[in-house]
Design a protein around this ligand. Structure first.
Ligand code: ATP
Ligand code: MG
Length: 558
């Protein structure tokens, strides 16, 4: 018999299948609930792929919901950016929602709690509330205001709403149990006074709900069936349930927790990422070294590579660290199939081919992508003066060096064999030019007499090459596990001083001179690169996405 539901790939999918089969739910509704207080990062991508992916897989819906209950840190700018990033990843939301649209309903439910003697206005200071909360081993102490009458609480809460108290003067708290073993259940604060304008509701409110109070109610209003969040909220689940069980919600959602994504050499706290931007440690939210969606997009990652990454790292119930090399592996494998190969000389050294006729130019055929059976060919100009990579020449090479050296013969990719005859230096003794000869019978890369060469070098024709800027990247941080910062140190102490190297005099094949921003190519023997939006006509800028060396694949083999 055919299974009524798809196979489960992780424990959350299994829960959903069980819920559908037992009839606990008859549809799947998820949501992705960012707080609009920063740009999204690769960790959010995991949550996005999970929530939207579940809706896709089970024919359900996923809302994009802005959890905008705190007016002090939230901005409309982030709302637009987050929408763009979710769309860029390839997802469409069923509904665009704002927690702030539910403030009236939240207020009604707060009144319900007060009327049921399940919430009270507390006039203790924040400090007193903290001190009276107790610890894991000691129970808390009841507030002296805990037994206020319903009437008094209704009146005081109304006054809070009307702005008759100052910030910090009082709060609304749930009346649960001050000796509950779970600290989240010791009369948690539900509402506080914040005399701040809100990006959506303006000055209409001066009391704002706490995250824990609001979240389950948002889920209830939107008819969410599976409210999926990260593990830190596991201890909040009893409160999530309590709040839903004690007012007249139209729908009863359930919360499930999964492990957040941690990546080696990477930080994902929005607060810290914001500091990096504000203090100028990076050029902005879209700096290609940033783990933000904008950063990795500008770096040259594709939505499909990120979706594949999120798919393959899976979903689990225990926190762990994913090797950033695996993310690099995902884009490398994709671009290996899709990116055209071109030649770019990052650190140029001039070569004059003495026996090549002056003024002659040849158009040499080169296959754009040998991995693509439908790949077109292009013409690469060849002439008497070319550039090769400075590293591809050594005057006094060790035994294992198979590239160019005095008297040595090598192959120029797609073109001819050349032999180095003479080395020209400046007064400081630096090599400035090589004089070589070519063998006209080796066009296309083979000698008719069958003689072999060990090295094949990439090159560009001097009069045709386009000058480009290339930005090479390394990890933004030097510490593998940025969660394990040594005591007394700050995360900024681990910023990698060599995370960006700019090469201003790169020479590339003319075909790439006017490539559109975000075009991705492989620079032969170097790696994958992406055209940066900073490019100007005739002066392209490239970001290194990843090198060719697949460290992750190598690790899997050993
Ligand atoms: P920060 O603590 O840096 O502010 P956050 O988790 O508070 O981040 P939210 O805007 O509340 O940021 O996150 C929206 C959703 O993304 C939440 O459901 C959260 O659980 C999820 N999320 C955030 N970071 C990660 C991560 N590293 N891995 C997986 N999911 C994440
Ligand atoms: Mg949050």
């Amino acid at each position: 018999m055919e299974r009524p539901h798809p196979e489960a790939r992780n424990f959350i999918e299994q829960i959903i299948i069980d819920d559908l089969e037992s009839g606990r739910v008859d549809r799947v509704a998820t949501r992705f609930p960012p707080e609009p207080n920063g740009y999204l990062h690769i960790g959010h991508a995991k949550s996005i792929c999970l929530n939207f992916g579940l809706a896709e897989k089970f024919g359900g819906t996923c809302n994009l919901r802005f959890d905008d209950t705190n007016p002090t840190k939230e901005e409309a700018e982030y709302v637009e950016a987050i929408k763009e990033d979710v769309r860029w990843l390839g997802f469409n939301w069923a509904n665009l929602c704002f927690a702030s649209d539910y403030f009236d309903q939240f207020y009604e439910w707060a009144l319900e709690l007060i009327n049921a003697e399940k919430a009270y206005v507390d006039h203790q200071s924040a400090e007193e509330i903290r001190l009276n909360r107790g610890t894991l081993t000691e129970p808390g102490k009841d507030s002296p205001y805990r037994n206020r009458s319903v009437e008094e609480n209704l009146e005081l809460f109304e006054k809070m709403k009307n702005g008759e108290f100052e910030e910090g003067e009082c709060v609304l708290r749930a009346k649960i149990d001050m000796s509950h073993p779970n600290l989240n259940m010791r009369d948690p604060v539900l509402y506080r006074i914040l005399k701040k304008s809100h990006h959506n509701t303006g000055d209409r409110w001066c009391i704002y709900p706490m995250y824990d109070f609001a979240h389950g109610y948002e889920d209830a209003i939107e008819g969410i069936t599976h409210s999926i969040c990260t593990l830190e909220f596991q201890d909040h689940r009893p409160l999530y349930d309590w709040l839903l069980d004690n007012v007249s919600v139209p729908h009863r959602p359930r919360q499930y927790e999964f492990a957040r994504l941690n990546l080696t050499y990477t930080l994902m706290s929005k607060r810290k990422l914001l500091e990096l931007v504000n203090k100028g440690y990076v050029s902005g939210w879209d700096d290609p070294r940033m783990p933000t969606i904008r950063g990795i997009r500008r770096r040259g990652f594709t939505p499909s590579s990120i979706r594949r990454f999120c798919e393959e790292i899976g979903v689990s119930k225990t926190n762990s660290m994913v090797d950033i090399e695996f993310l690099h592996h995902c884009i490398r494998e994709e671009l290996n199939k899709t990116a055209d190969r071109v030649m770019a000389v990052l650190r140029p050294l001039k070569v004059v081919i003495e026996n090549y006729p002056e003024g002659q130019v040849e158009e040499i055929d080169a296959l754009n992508n040998p991995e693509d059976p439908n790949s077109p060919w292009r013409k690469v100009p060849f002439s008497r003066e070319i550039y090769i990579e400075r590293d591809d020449f050594m005057e006094d090479p060790p035994k294992k060096f198979f590239r160019l050296a005095p008297g040595r013969e090598v192959r120029l990719k797609h073109a001819y064999f050349i032999t180095c005859k003479e080395v020209i230096k400046d007064e400081k003794g630096e090599v400035t030019e090589l004089r070589c000869v070519y063998d006209p019978k080796t066009r296309g890369g083979d000698a008719p007499d069958g003689r072999k060469v060990k090295g094949t070098l990439h090159w560009v024709s001097a009069p045709h090459a386009v000058k480009a800027e290339v930005r090479l990247y390394d990890h933004l941080f030097t510490l593998k596990n940025m969660e394990a910062i040594e005591e007394g140190k700050d995360y900024k102490d681990y910023l990698n001083p060599d995370s960006l190297e700019i090469l201003a005099n790169v020479l590339i094949e003319p075909c790439m001179g006017e490539a559109a921003p975000y075009t991705k190519v492989q620079f032969l023997r170097h790696g994958y690169f992406c055209v940066d939006p900073d490019s100007e006509k005739g002066r392209p800028v490239f970001n290194q996405i990843v090198s060719l060396k697949d460290t992750w694949a190598k690790l899997q083999k050993t």
